[in-house]
Design a protein. Structure first.
Length: 251
């Protein structure tokens, strides 16, 4: 493939990603609603459950189609697959094992990957969105597996939200805890995610302070250099004045 064709493909890929950014985020919201309704409303009928399941798979299909289109438009498809292997895993995993929890993880991964491609979405917005998403999906996921557990103590959405918050912040009061294997697996994911997000926030705060200090240091060096330059000029002017006085005295 020549350079011109590669540039054309890259431009088409960037155009596709820009045009599909908002629709995919809207579909992600639809997925959140479809996943939450059967869990929050435990009395939902079979028709509602089927509709929500279909909506979840439609959203997954949209992200899978998006991945395939970007793969076709990519100038170097092998490099695209290597750089976006996490996207590929998120697309393939729900097909290999169509569990609802895996569809949640896959959709969150795909939403996060596509959101990071948008330059207008800043890191702060991404972190806040990640926190809210993890709290919501973590609460719903643990509630769906723990509510019917014989020895479970997470029975309401409020209990699940409180448990998710204390788990993500690694506080862990112990008043609510999962008793099933899948619930504990969700807990591990939330704890690791909370630690990772805390690390990202801490690193960026530290980077901001370092950048601020470096900016102050640069400004201070500029001022010092300017003062030294002015001092040299004043010395040169004094020398010239003294030389002129000496010449005037001789005259």
């Amino acid at each position: 493939m020549d350079a011109q064709s590669a540039r054309v493909r890259q431009a088409r890929q960037a155009h596709w990603e820009q045009r599909t950014q908002r629709p995919l985020l809207a579909l992600a919201v639809l997925f959140a609603v479809a996943y939450a309704v059967p869990i929050v409303d435990s009395s939902a009928g079979p028709a509602v459950i089927v509709a929500c399941t279909v909506a979840e798979w439609v959203v997954w299909g949209a992200f899978a189609t998006d991945y395939l289109v970007r793969l076709v438009l990519a100038p170097d498809r092998t490099r695209f697959v290597r750089r976006h292997w996490l996207d590929l895993c998120a697309v393939v995993v729900p097909v290999l094992q169509p569990l609802r929890l895996l569809r949640i993880v896959a959709t969150l991964l795909l939403v996060g990957r596509r959101a990071r491609m948008a330059n207008q979405i800043r890191l702060t917005t991404y972190v806040v969105g990640a926190v809210v998403g993890l709290l919501m999906f973590g609460s719903l996921a643990v509630l769906s597996v723990e509510r019917s557990a014989p020895h479970g103590n997470i029975r309401t959405l409020g209990d699940a939200l409180w448990w998710s918050f204390t788990t993500m912040t690694t506080v862990g009061y112990g008043d609510h805890a999962p008793t099933t294997g899948l619930g504990r697996l969700i807990a591990v994911g939330l704890m690791l995610s909370g630690i990772a997000l805390l690390g990202v926030v801490t690193a960026n705060i530290a980077a901001w302070f370092i950048a601020r200090f470096e900016k102050d240091d640069v400004e201070e060096r500029r001022q010092t250099e300017a003062i030294e330059s002015l001092t040299e000029e004043v010395r040169a002017l004094r020398a010239e004045v003294a030389e002129l006085r000496a010449l005037s005295g001789r005259g």
